[in-house]
Design a protein around this ligand. Structure first.
Ligand SMILES: [Fe+2]
Length: 199
């Protein structure tokens, strides 16, 4: 007897590593700290004990390069999922500077098709992982009798961030970032992307 599983409603997380990350990150890091100097208070959101800029990177010419890359990656992902030809992509992006002790509490991003984060600078392995919670809410009512979780029985997935890697996931997928236990700032750029037939 052959028992055949099928995957329904998968939660996809896409990642890509930039080839030119070394030089690119040096440039992004400088811009990130400049932005904080201009607005030391930033905004209060999911970043606890850290600094977060307002959602303004999409309007700043100096961030044109990362803005373009975010849109390019999300367009490729949209195309891979059958988004209509001619679909336009709009985004908002912001900088996170998380010093030792800072973390991002669990949250999701409403009203966007994709969310994501690009890691500019971090100290591995203690800078804290990004983790995703099982969106199958009813599945949280019980645990499975397993020693080792599978993709099906797990309730949380952790990914260790990597400098120069961009992560994209559906905005509805709950996520957070662990406490930065390293000695250095964890610097990242986060974004939301909406796709549609905008005029
Ligand atoms: Fe987020």
């Amino acid at each position: 007897m052959q028992i055949v599983p099928q995957t329904l409603f998968p939660s996809l997380v896409w990642t890509t590593l930039f080839d030119d990350r070394e030089g690119f990150n040096a440039q992004m890091l400088e811009l990130a700290y400049q932005l904080r100097e201009q607005d030391p208070d930033g905004v209060a959101n999911s970043n606890v004990n850290g600094w977060q800029s307002p959602n303004i990177l999409q309007n700043l010419p100096e961030f044109e390069d990362i803005n373009r890359r975010i849109l390019q990656v999300c367009q490729r992902i949209g195309e891979s999922q059958g988004f209509k030809p001619g679909t336009r992509y709009r985004h908002q992006a912001w900088v996170n500077i998380s010093p030792p002790g800072a973390f991002n509490s669990v949250h999701y991003h409403a009203n966007c098709h994709f969310s994501g984060v690009y890691y500019v600078s971090l100290q591995a392995p203690d800078c804290g992982s990004i983790y995703f919670r099982d969106p199958r809410v009813a599945s949280r009512m019980l645990t499975y009798p397993v020693d080792q979780a599978t993709d099906f029985t797990t309730s949380e997935v952790r990914m260790r961030p990597e400098e120069g890697r961009l992560y994209v996931f559906p905005g509805w997928l709950e996520h957070g970032v662990e406490i930065n236990h390293s000695d250095s700032d964890r610097v990242s750029i986060s974004f939301n992307v909406l796709a549609g037939s905008f005029t």
